[in-house]
Ligand binder design. Structure first.
Ligand code: FE2
Ligand code: FE2
Length: 196
């Protein structure tokens, strides 16, 4: 089975055009990041594309549908995901991925699960998708100068740290709290944690 073609078709037929374009952009940008930060991981390029294409598969569900799915399937969710149900699009999509041919591998499921909040256990694939989702050039808050600044570090861990600095500063300016999982990831990186 041509998994990329199958999942691309599923996502294309499900999401609005702009959201689909975002997923394609994340897929392209995560491969750029992989070539720069993890060239030895390029053999996993199919997984990178699959996780990227599918990460926002449930982003256009209604909040009540996300909540109902999470309850029905007894998903393990973060506190913030229950307070802001839109965030549930990550664990719900990860659960659907776990039951979908082509996506049912742990690295792909973990990458989809943690693309919003980040997690120290999201793995190298998860780190690539997390960063690409934040940075893809179509994001309204992103421009070439910011991308270059974020990418000044030589390692994927350094890139994640720069993104978290950017995110935490942005949330602080808006007077909004940072999610517990994101803060745990920040501590992990500052403590020398790595992604494998
Ligand atoms: Fe998302
Ligand atoms: Fe996204």
């Amino acid at each position: 089975m041509d998994c990329i073609r199958t999942i691309d078709g599923t996502v294309h037929d499900t999401l609005s055009f702009s959201r689909y374009a975002h997923c394609v952009s994340v897929s392209e940008f995560s491969q750029v990041l992989c070539r720069r930060y993890a060239p030895g991981f390029a053999a996993e390029s199919e997984s990178i594309v699959l996780a990227s294409l599918f990460h926002d598969y449930c982003r256009e569900w209604k909040n009540e549908d996300l909540k109902a799915y999470a309850v029905e399937h007894e998903l393990s969710c973060e506190r913030e995901e229950m307070v802001y149900p839109v965030l549930l699009h990550a664990p719900v999509a990860a659960h659907i991925a776990s039951r979908t041919e082509c996506l049912d591998s742990k690295p792909v499921i973990d990458a989809i699960r943690w693309h919003t909040l980040g997690n120290s256990q999201m793995g190298l694939l998860g780190a690539l998708v997390f960063c690409a989702d934040y940075m893809e050039p179509g994001r309204c808050y992103m421009n070439e100068s910011i991308i270059n600044t974020l990418m000044a570090n030589e390692t994927i861990e350094g890139l994640v740290k720069n993104i978290l600095d950017h995110h935490i500063s942005h949330m602080s300016k808006k007077g909004r709290p940072v999610a517990d999982a994101t803060l745990r990831l920040y501590d992990y990186i500052k403590g020398g944690g790595t992604f494998r």
